[in-house]
Design a protein around this ligand. Structure first.
Ligand code: GTP
Ligand code: MG
Ligand code: ZN
Length: 366
């Protein structure tokens, strides 16, 4: 196990965490940050080194959802009990949570990482390029109140003119998000991206497999921290080289979380994120003639008018509706699950317990 010694500040420790640390719940314990997770065991980094930590049994049993378990990026109250071993007593309040649903497995909300300051939305400019998907990642960041930077990779594969067109296309749909264009192979644009990275801030890399997330981390670090995959250019797809989330601390500042490439980026609890990403659509919707406008066919619909006048991109409108539907579906399902859980808790009427009740009442009155 690597035993790199560092300051807690290098790990992202700040004054808010110092304040929590004073609280009764945390003050008698050590503190560390989760840098990776393997089947319920956590590698926790402290100012003294790395510990192999596990969750206290009582916390495991009282957990009601995945969100109650530590995630990469979490700060933990820990106690060491053996050399390099620790027990996890509680999770510090999370500053931010980046989450998605994997539509393939029943749509449960999955935490990607916590305590993130900025999401790097990594996309390759070849066949991976999709503004719809950029809007998806951006909505997840906006819902978590996390800044974002768009990172376009593999610019060595296209012409300068093509790159300019792509950047223009993005800027029409996504305003106020910086765009960094890089080549990991030719080292182009890396210094510019580095200049956007701030000390003590945590950056989470989001993107499909094979777009160059791990290559970018190696380039920023100036050494091979992460394994880099080969790409099958026939299908232009990665092979999921990174299989575990990992938090990496750069000597020159930022803290990075590398992720396995994502196939599905389903929407979960992103209502506020949709409003921010599509703020033009949400503000237009307020000026439609009818309060219950569906923005599909109505007279006096401000959104339809904006599309006709080319003030709003049709693609953004379509993507917004799709993501809004997904989010609504997730919320409906979550409400149904909560109701089911409540029903399961409530005692039900049965003939047996009615008899028991009558007997109890009889005993009570006699
Ligand atoms: N031409 C070109 N190839 C690149 C660039 N960046 C990465 N690659 C190649 O793309 C392949 C995949 O890179 P990785 O860094 O492993 O991609 P990843 O996003 O970490 O992939 P996963 O770990 O599977 O999610 C490797 O063969 C890299 O050499 C780039 O800027 N230009
Ligand atoms: Mg990788
Ligand atoms: Zn309307």
């Amino acid at each position: 196990m690597k035993q790199q010694i560092l300051n807690l500040e290098d790990l992202g420790f700040n004054s808010t965490l110092a304040q929590y640390q004073e609280e009764e719940k945390y003050k008698n314990f050590g503190i560390g940050r989760v840098i990776s997770e393997h089947k319920g065991r956590y590698i926790v980094k402290t100012d003294k080194g790395e510990l192999d930590a596990q969750l206290l049994g009582s916390l495991r049993f009282s957990a009601t959802s995945k969100a109650d378990f530590p995630a990469v990026g979490d700060w933990l109250a820990i106690s060491e009990y053996d050399e390099n071993k620790a027990m996890i007593h509680s999770i510090y309040p999370r500053k931010s949570v980046i989450a998605r649903t994997d539509i393939g497995i029943g749509g449960e909300r999955q935490i990607i990482a916590t305590n993130i300051d900025c999401g790097l939305l990594v996309q390759a400019v070849d066949r991976d390029f999709s503004i719809n998907r950029l809007e998806r990642y951006l909505t997840i960041c906006n819902a978590a109140k996390v800044q974002a930077i768009i990172v376009l990779t593999k610019i060595d594969l296209i012409t300068k003119a093509d790159l300019e067109t792509k950047i223009e296309q993005i800027s029409k749909r996504i305003k106020d998000v910086p765009i960094a264009a890089i080549s990991n192979i030719e080292q182009e644009g890396i210094d510019n991206l580095k200049s956007l990275i701030q000390k003590g801030q945590t950056y989470c890399l989001l993107g499909s497999s094979g777009v160059g997330k791990s290559s970018l981390i190696n380039n920023i670090a100036g050494k091979e921290c992460m394994e880099v995959g080969e790409i099958n250019y026939e299908v232009s797809r990665g092979k999921h080289t990174t299989t575990h989330r990992e938090l990496i601390i750069m000597e020159n500042g930022g803290i990075f979380i590398d992720n396995p490439g994502m196939r599905m980026v389903g929407m979960a609890e992103v209502g506020s994120g949709l409003e921010t990403t599509f703020n033009l659509i949400t503000s237009l919707a307020k000026t439609c003639k009818f309060n219950n406008c569906t923005h599909i066919h109505e007279e006096g619909c401000a959104i339809i008018e904006a599309i006709e006048q080319e003030a709003l991109e049709y693609g953004a409108y379509e993507n917004f509706l799709k993501m809004e539907r997904e989010n609504a579906r997730f919320e409906r399902r979550a409400a149904q699950k909560a109701q089911k859980a409540l029903k399961a808790q409530k005692p039900k009427y049965t003939k047996k317990n009615r008899k028991q009740n009558n007997k109890d009442n009889w005993n009570h009155y006699n």
